[in-house]
Design a protein around this ligand. Sequence first.
Ligand code: HBI
Length: 371
Amino acid sequence: MKLINKQLKLMLVSTPIGFLGSGKGGGVELTIISLIKGLILLGHKITLVAPKGSKLPFDSENLEIILIDGIDQPSWQHQKRNDPVLIPFNSVLPKLWEVVIDLANQSDAVINFAYDWLPLWLTKVQEIKIFHLISMGAESLVMKEIVREINQLFPLQLAFHTKRQSKDYLLNTEPIIVGNGFDVDNYLFNENENGPLGWAGRIAPEKGLEDAVKVASDLGEKLLVWGLIEDKEYASKIENSSSKGIIDWKGFLPTIKFQEQLGQCRAFINTPKWNEAYGNVIVEAMACGVPVVAYDLGGPGELIEDGLNGFLVRPNDVKGILKAIKSISSIKRRNCRDWFEKKASNKVFAKRVENWINKGLNKDLSLDLQD
Ligand code: HBI
């Protein structure tokens, strides 16, 4: 039977590693902002609980924001696999969840975006229905353990961006995959085919920038590089080992400026050295009509349809990237934009999340999740 689109009252809880808009949350900030917009478009009411300083680029009478003060949670990306869970002095994380527990009975469901132990553990001990969008691969043992445990107890309340990301957790149930989504209005299609090469991401070892630089130097052309220089030593090592003028550092730009420059590229290179959970930047490139050449690893391997919106290359095969770049003109730029609108707009993403929540609330297994 057709499920009427009952209005849901949803409480969304942001990442504790930095306020929304600080850029410290990386991809998960983009996910939260575009999902809120998509869920409001579907007619739902949203309460966002986030660290003080968080702000959204829009407001709506269907959106209430509750800001909580406290010390940022250390990022798992800067901790080691076997590290214990740390709770700093005056920590924002427990404060966020005290408010959630207090107010949650006014919502149909809570959706957690923090890649943290506490909210996952709370699922076990709280009556409130907490849903978790897991935003990374298994970066820490203690996180892998709690994700597996909660998946065992409440399999309908966990979702992942991609199948490959979920594989890290060795789950014994079919994982719920919701992909990701971006605000269509923020990205303009650019049909120019003769632009430079581009690369974007946090400048850190797991992102493999050095490989893209090698390709650009082999072709004797520059590489436009956008992103937060998170690891200065790594960045200067790459700078010093490449000939002058190859890397054009663009910095971390707001989406509107980023997409304007990104759209001018004839190809976007993606060189992950880790199990990238999704790969926001490659979808942003496709949104602007830029075909992507990516290592077949993690999320990018699920988002690139070889020959349609880009090319997949064996991981660490720099020669393979070079070869793919040389035949990039065989990809129609319009196909990249169409793929984006069909699979990764905030509307289709919000629809998949709405299905996921309804399925979890009604324990209705018949609800088939869109792919
Ligand atoms: N670390 N402790 C912690 N909590 C998070 O929510 C978190 C993180 N590291 C990275 C991160 N979130 C996001 O940048 C990625 O999941 C996208």
